[in-house]
Design a protein around this ligand. Structure first.
Ligand code: GLN
Length: 547
């Protein structure tokens, strides 16, 4: 810990009462308002589950898998962190119990603990502490969010580790923030404080006294209740912050600052600084509140029953809307509905069609039907990763008549226009994968550069011929189909720098039809919307004016 910058302070964020209170958003929002006061921040997530990362979990279980530039598959909260703070997350910002134990066991095998019995305390807790303080620079604040809810068995080593860290670093460099819920009981006509009191008691059992409570509530907390919470939870009244429900997540930083959250943090650490300049959020919220119009865009996917699976995508569309001063209304369509229902009538009321990333067979013919509809009706189309692969297969099958064109992910004996990647370059080094290798963490992951074709729509959208985007895929369009695809009206307008891997396809005969092998949604921010989403939404708005 010796190399730790003495000015760096740590805020530990825990959650209680129930899950899904929005701890990730709360952490991201607090980080953002501290930035608005001029501080440098870093956000970290510690997930108590046993998976090494969420990469092999079903999106229905875990929601979206967020991917960082350095190729880490991480919790979707890292997406909130990046969108609110603009700070690119790294491998060292996300851990899980699986990763922590993997490290401890590797060290044990290596003989690093020779002579010792390996135990949760101190070996596991030390590894958690090391994670929290490692790879930092000159940050003013490091915000560490502990996943799960206080009282979970899996979370105990994390609570012990942050308790110890506060002891090691001193209370003047650490702060405990606890997020709870005040349920409203209609028959009593009251907000109830008891679950919050119990949750704080639970934290105190682990030796943690929260310094600040953030209380989710559907209505303002009366003065009396606030006093009661402060008294029973041993917290300054000004540090009991109400977090009222808001209609849009980008209002949260403004709402928290209004409740005095950043001021309370500065008071806690005895920091004297100017008030937060929140103009960036004010502008965004003003645009969201008074859009000049509305545009309906279809997202045709497999996981639409759990929208958490498309978190960054939904946000990126919102950002594209903000840039155009329009509200984007997303029509979430289950791809399977396009297999059983009438495609024309389901898609007749949308001005843009997006087929996002995905895995596996279910819903694929529905996705291909959506591509066909967009192509034939000249509706703006954006295909992302699996969506791009589907667009290529659609051209092969429906324009060029190669009926068994497919991806080997779905059919090993097909005309393999999309095939398993077994070799590619990363920063000059060859990456090699085998068909029967491990599935966890072995995709083509993270930021890769691409070169765009001069004069193409893609180059026009980006305003550049060199880009870097984040990837997460195992299969890839085979470049050998380039000429054939061109005969079908589809050009490859972006490739890896060595020209071997197609990265972007487009149809010059169409007003706006682009497929990308990467995930642009992961890099979009409300105050820096991704150009592909800005232009896709713009094209969709134009389309809606035509009908
Ligand atoms: N399943 C496809 C692949 O592995 C696409 C992945 C994705 O859409 N992220 O290549």
């Amino acid at each position: 810990m010796s190399e730790l910058n003495p000015k760096t302070k740590f805020i530990f964020i825990t959650g209680g009462v129930v899950s899904s209170l929005g701890k990730g958003l709360a952490s991201a929002s607090l980080a953002s308002i501290l930035q608005c006061r001029g501080f440098k921040v870093r956000l970290r997530k510690l997930d108590p589950y046993l998976n090494v990362d969420p990469g092999t979990m079903s999106p229905f279980q875990h929601g979206e898998v967020f991917v960082t530039d350095d190729g880490t598959e991480a919790d979707l909260d890292l997406g909130h962190y990046e969108r609110f703070s603009g700070v690119s997350a790294k491998r060292s910002d996300s851990t899980t119990t699986g990763k922590i134990y993997q490290r401890v066991i590797d060290k044990e095998r290596h003989g690093d603990y020779l002579g010792s019995t390996i135990q949760v305390i101190p070996h596991v807790t030390n590894e958690i502490k090391n994670f929290i303080v490692s790879d930092l620079e000159d940050e003013d604040f490091v915000l560490c969010e502990i996943g799960g809810t206080v009282g979970d068995i899996e979370g105990q080593p994390y609570l012990e580790a942050i308790r110890q860290l506060a002891y090691d670093l001193g209370r003047e460099r650490t702060m405990f923030l606890h997020l709870t819920l005040l349920p409203y009981i209609p028959t009593a006509g009251e907000l109830k404080t008891k679950p919050t009191q119990h949750s704080v008691k639970k934290l105190q059992e682990y030796g943690i006294q929260p310094d600040m409570l953030l209380c989710r509530s559907q209505m303002p907390i009366p003065e009396n209740e606030r006093k009661k919470i402060a008294l029973f939870c041993n917290i300054k009244e000004s540090n009991v912050i109400q977090a009222l429900d808001v209609s849009n997540i980008y209002q949260v930083p403004l709402a928290y600052s209004k409740e005095g959250m950043d001021k309370a943090v500065c008071d806690h650490f005895n920091l004297h600084c100017p008030d937060a300049d929140l103009s960036r959020w004010e502008k965004i919220v003003a645009t969201l509140k008074a859009p000049e119009g509305e545009v309906k865009i279809a997202v045709v996917g497999k996981y639409v029953k759990l929208l958490e699976a498309y978190k960054s995508l939904g946000e990126a569309l919102t950002h594209g809307g903000i840039a155009n001063k329009y509200k984007v209304r997303i029509k979430w369509i289950d791809a399977e509905d396009l297999e059983t229902g009438d495609v024309d009538s389901i898609l007749s009321d949308v001005s843009g069609i997006l087929v996002p990333g995905g895995f596996g067979l279910r819903g694929t013919s529905g996705k291909i039907a959506a591509v066909k509809y967009a192509r034939e009706h000249k509706i703006p189309f954006l295909g992302i990763c699996f969506g791009m692969q589907m667009a290529v297969i659609e051209t092969m099958r429906n324009v060029l008549g190669i009926k068994n064109a497919n991806t080997t992910e779905l059919d090993e004996k097909c005309e393999a226009v999309v095939g398993l990647m077994t070799e590619w370059d990363k920063d000059g080094a060859k990456q090699i994968r085998h068909k029967d290798g491990d599935l966890g963490g072995t995709m083509r992951l993270g930021a890769y550069e691409a070169v765009l074709k001069p004069g193409s729509k893609a180059a026009e959208v980006y305003g550049s011929e060199h880009i870097s985007e984040r990837h997460r895929h195992r299969y890839e369009v085979n470049i050998k189909y380039k000429d054939q695809l061109e005969k079908g009206g589809m050009i490859i307008s972006g490739t890896s720098p060595d020209g071997k891997l197609p990265e972007i396809v487009e149809r010059p005969d169409h007003p706006w039809f682009i497929g990308v092998q990467f995930h642009p949604e992961l890099k979009s921010k409300p105050f820096a919307p991704h150009p592909l989403f800005v232009e896709f939404v713009k094209a969709s708005i134009k389309q809606s004016r035509l009908v």
